[in-house]
Design a protein around this ligand. Sequence first.
Ligand code: ADP
Length: 189
Amino acid sequence: MNIILFGPPGAGKGTQAEKLVAERGMVQLSTGNMLRAAIAAETPLGLEAKEIIDAGELVPDTVMIQMIDEAMDSDTVAKGVILDGFPRTLAQAEALDDMLAGRGLALDNVIEIKVDEAVLFGRIESRAEQTGGSRSDDNAEVLQQRLKVYHDNTAPLLPYYREKQILKQVDGMQQIEAVSRQINEVLDS
Ligand code: ADP
């Protein structure tokens, strides 16, 4: 099974992806984590990405598409992938369709984790506290821009997937365990 966890920054995509990895043995492909690893390793890509991420903007589609294409090796796709943070634009979504089709695979579910925007600022603030500020994009100012980018570029993917009849929604305002139960219900239905 291949799924996308979809939602604005702070919706809980990473948290839920990790639970699915532990419970179902699927593989999480988090573009945010991959980019942060590239930054930490000071690769050329990391150096280029850092400024973009710190400004709350999107890394170019070609870079992101190649990153996911390379990550989807045969071992990974055999376990089923959880896409977390990708696709974020229509071009990425179309490229994903091609990548999966080229491997004889399909997208089973796109799960939108719905949350009220007002809580996102609080969540990002507490994440910044918990992680000791290790994410330089986790502050109110950059979050504002990340949300704008989400609305402008990423939210338009919702109708794209609704049309394909694979869009499902869960209530991301619940406790982590309750959200997780809802996601598992979707995956088992
Ligand atoms: P969030 O908590 O905002 O969902 P992520 O950890 O997924 O954050 O991503 C952090 C940043 O990395 C994004 O704000 C963006 O700059 C960059 N990024 C991650 N995934 C993508 C992508 N698919 N396309 C373009 N940029 C991306």
